[in-house]
Design a protein around this ligand. Sequence first.
Ligand SMILES: Cc1ncc(C[n+]2csc(CCOP(=O)(O)OP(=O)(O)O)c2C)c(N)n1
Length: 359
Amino acid sequence: MEFETLQYLDEKGNLTEGYTPSVSDDVVLEAYKKMVVTRHVDERMLTLQRQGAITFSMSSLGEECCSVATAAALEKDDWVYPQYREVGVLFWRGFLVQDFVHQMFGDAEDLGKGRQMPNHFGCRELNVVTVSSPIATKIPHAAGCGYAMKLQKESNISAVFFGDGATSEGDFHAGINFAAVLEAPTLFFCRNNRYAISTGLENQFHSDGVAPKGEGYGVKTYKIDGNDFFAVFDTVREARKHCLEKGPVLIEAMTYRMGAHSTSDDPSVYRTKEEEEQWKDKDPLLRLRLYLEKQGIWSDSDEKKLWDEVKQEVTEAIRVAKETPKPELKSLVEDVYEEIPETLQRQYEELKMFFPEED
Ligand SMILES: Cc1ncc(C[n+]2csc(CCOP(=O)(O)OP(=O)(O)O)c2C)c(N)n1
């Protein structure tokens, strides 16, 4: 079974003949700005990790369109379950760069109180569930969330993001089958970025990617160019409608992980420079920028101004995070039980001996 890849925006920033965007230029421009924020924040976090200021970092370099265009097409109160390359969803929904940087530092102002690894963001107010490290665990959760909303006759959907590698986990199969059988309003969004750390697609599946698996479970399936804002936006809009009327949708968005898997990875040992070069022209930011320029609503000076503003905002956020204290030691044993159990209290007392400055 093979699928055509839907594309509306080519590498030169031209739209397919006869295609008219379903979305206003203002929305496209806003999405472009959020993609730039996402890219720059990621770049700065990689540098900070190399400087030893933070312990770890992952980026969505080259995949920003998947998260930002999807967020733009969803309703703001739809529930989102990210993997870890979807901070663009948060930025679209108004999350502050400062809050993201606090999370990366795991400091006292981090919404997660420093209990998670960097890049494990989430925000209850924005209906974005916190990332968890075990791959694919969020897929059944999202299916359950969708089904719960269906039972409660709500008019929202749940959307879960995952990589190509995640589809080899049992949780993917359990989650999508559950949603299919119960017609849960859940959008399964696979960022097929061609790698799961060092495992390339040829070692991941024997099928034509992920799309045939959706068909196999009886789920409406699309295969799209994930670096094309218009293909992602229109497909997610259509998928959202389908979710509410008929049940789940799987989108396989073809993209490329332009950076390393994480700061603990070195892709030069498993892929070539030539391959990386080939994907540079398909960069989703470049394509959208060319489009905006061709519409006459963006220029070199707008571009420079935007980057200057974003750089300043991120620099300031880093300065603040560097001056923010670590969470209190006591917070390690709080929030799980109404009263701290004796065993945890004992461990806390023991730990305190190593931090005499903490009371
Ligand atoms: C259950 C589980 N197995 C292995 C890992 C280690 N691990 C972290 S990320 C990753 C690759 C995931 O690849 P993919 O789903 O394609 O997403 P991508 O990183 O490419 O965005 C692996 C194997 C993990 N976190 N959880």
